[in-house]
Design a protein around this ligand. Structure first.
Ligand SMILES: Nc1ncnc2c1ncn2[C@@H]1O[C@H](COP(=O)(O)OP(=O)(O)OP(=O)(O)O)[C@@H](O)[C@H]1O
Length: 273
């Protein structure tokens, strides 16, 4: 007899191909985004899990970055953007008028396409967030936070003897890991990554992918990527967007081997993109 009670997913954080059981961190319900008259995101509903990496894929202009930015209200910074629908973090409405947006963006950190360290020292790049959030009462607490964030970002060994050098003097891949350290330093729960490897060479890309895998157990991670091989390598869940719609969302292994929707199949087999 088939055991229909068997869970659909298994937990194995050492295996990037296996999804952890759903432990919902964020929910989006009927989300729409408009840039003036341009209806960029149409009725998108999705859950984002802890301990899984979720990849957003789809052709250029389908709305991946726009939807990603709704998850920490980065679209608030675009004057013509209007967001409707409901998005929650641990059940709390992130668009409610009493949500502290600075606090929200610490809890839901973001790493951008182009590494964007501040024109300050490596140490200061990491210390900046914890300082404004009051996380380090004394210098030695700050030293610990900086070291721990740089270690978790896989950068400590490369920079520990030159913490006062400028962050902008690092290589592109190191700068991106510094930006990840900066996001981690304020103890986020969710990390959003918008094509974090698109400006990097293959070796730096591989390091970021290893890092994403290492960070997986502690955060909910969402990554926008153009690169389907990368989505298959780093994520356990994949969401396929097309023309502002969320066409299909499921386990990465299923989406890439057995998609349910024709549009997903056409995209992953390279028929458009
Ligand atoms: N800041 C903005 N102002 C106005 N329109 C925007 C803005 N950002 C995105 N758009 C529009 O929203 C739609 C979705 O764009 P978005 O960048 O989210 O797609 P994407 O899937 O991330 O694309 P790409 O893969 O090329 O980065 C497009 O029509 C785009 O022109």
């Amino acid at each position: 007899m088939t055991d229909i009670q068997a869970p659909a997913v298994r937990t194995n954080q050492t295996d990037p191909a296996v999804a952890a059981p759903a432990q919902i961190k964020m929910t989006a319900r009927d989300v729409n985004v408009f840039y003036g008259a341009n209806h960029a995101i149409k009725d998108v509903s999705i859950d984002v899990d802890m301990e899984n990496v979720t990849a957003f894929i789809g052709p250029s202009g389908c709305g991946k970055s726009t939807f990603l930015r709704t998850l920490n209200r980065m679209n608030d910074t675009i004057s013509i953007a209007k967001v409707t629908g409901d998005i929650t973090l641990d059940g709390e409405d992130i668009y409610s008028s009493d949500m502290d947006v600075v606090q929200l963006r610490a809890r839901v950190g973001m790493v951008f396409q182009k590494p964007n360290p501040f024109p300050k020292s490596i140490y200061e790049n990491v210390a900046y967030g914890p300082r404004i959030h009051g996380l380090a009462p004394a210098r030695r607490d700050m030293d610990q936070i900086v070291e721990s964030a740089l270690r978790r970002a896989g950068l400590w060994e490369e920079v520990k003897d030159r913490l006062s050098d400028s962050g902008t003097a690092l290589s592109g891949g190191q700068q991106q890991r510094l930006c990840i350290a900066r996001a981690i330093a304020v103890d986020p729960e969710v990390i959003l990554m918008d094509e974090p490897c698109s400006a990097l060479d293959p070796i730096a890309t591989a390091k970021i992918e290893e890092l994403i895998h290492a960070l997986r157990g502690k955060y909910a991670i969402v990554i926008v990527t153009h690169n389907m091989q990368q989505a298959a390598r780093v994520s356990q869940k994949t969401a396929f967007f097309h023309l502002g719609h969320l066409v299909e969302y499921g386990e990465t292994s299923e989406i890439f081997t057995n998609p349910r929707q024709e549009r997903t199949k056409d995209y992953i087999t390279g028929r458009y993109g």
